[in-house]
Design a protein around this ligand. Structure first.
Ligand SMILES: [Zn+2]
Ligand SMILES: [Zn+2]
Length: 303
């Protein structure tokens, strides 16, 4: 990002008001933005989804451009027209981002991209941006992540940066493969009202965050104990292609794979029982099951 774009973002004042807050859990899937942000709203309708996750900017490649304000505005107005709320969306920053990378070049590009994607999310009227903490061979990685969050907070109003749980529990460099690891980052963030966590059921299963036999019953309780329910800003609901504690980030559709459907059901029900009002979105490989998966999650939450 050149200095002009950074300045343009830093001096931007014409943000829309945040979209309102919904008072229930919402359910959807990760959707493509290939057709533009407004297209997400159509995809939600056709899938009977009440939530959506999407990449704020094109996920592949570092090329960036200043957002087209007529397009973010059209999304915002579309949400108002359909009574969609900010906690029905979980924007996701590109996987490329690694703000604590050992490479200075990657760190610089990642910081810019996190800022840009937070800017876009806020232009859409949203309040949360999900990203992966990153990996670093250095114990200062945690400090770098927190510093990036603080930096974004200083420039973009309202935005909550949402750290995702990751599966790589056997890696010495990947950050975020336990609740304690995410808590370490949160502890270093100045404004704790604007940092949160996204629990991914596949990552936490493959990462061994909760015991295998009582996974769905214990996951939220452990999160509450180690971090706190108020820090939950979103959930990724995925089945697992790989075994418990495999350390591999490999998603499967909900009714298939190694993570029993019953455990996913228990986890969704625990969110409902806790009165949480967060977007729950599947990032599953086979889109043929999207409609059924959304309906299934809704049914669990109603029971
Ligand atoms: Zn993710
Ligand atoms: Zn995820």
């Amino acid at each position: 990002m050149d200095a002009t774009m950074r300045e343009q973002i830093a001096n931007f004042e014409n943000y829309p008001k945040l979209l309102p807050l919904s008072d229930s859990l919402s359910f959807g899937v990760h959707m493509s933005i290939a057709g533009g942000y407004v297209e997400l709203l159509k995809q939600m309708t056709s899938l009977n989804a009440t939530a959506s996750a999407f990449f704020t900017s094109q996920p592949r490649g570092w090329n960036i451009k200043f957002p087209e304000l007529n397009k973010t505005q059209a999304f915002y107005e579309g949400c108002l027209a359909k009574n969609l709320c900010r906690n029905q969306f979980l924007a996701h920053a590109p996987y490329l981002i690694n703000v604590c990378s050992d490479s200075e070049d990657t760190r610089a590009k990642s910081s810019d991209r996190l800022l840009l994607d937070a800017f876009i999310a806020r232009l859409l009227g949203l309040d949360r941006l999900n990203f992966h903490p990153g990996s670093s061979s250095d114990s200062a990685g945690y400090i770098k992540i927190a510093q990036n969050i603080n930096d974004v907070h200083a420039i973009i109003p309202d935005i909550v940066l949402v750290l995702e749980t990751v599966a790589e529990c056997n890696s010495k460099t990947t950050i975020g493969s336990s609740f304690a690891s995410l808590k370490q980052i949160i502890d270093l963030v100045t404004d704790k009202s604007r940092v949160g966590v996204c629990i991914d059921t596949q990552h936490t299963f493959a990462g061994g965050f909760a015991p295998e036999s009582s996974f769905g019953d214990d996951l939220l309780n452990l999160f509450k104990k180690e971090i706190g329910a108020e820090f939950l800003f979103g959930v990724h609901v995925n089945g697992s292609l790989t075994k418990y504690k495999s350390g591999n980030d490999r998603h499967q559709n909900l009714h298939m794979g190694e993570l029993p459907l019953k455990e996913i059901e228990k986890f969704i029900k625990s969110l409902k029982a806790e009165g949480l009002k967060v977007p729950c979105v599947a990032e599953t490989p086979n889109a043929d099951f999207y409609k059924d998966e959304i309906q299934l999650m809704k049914t669990w939450a109603e029971q």
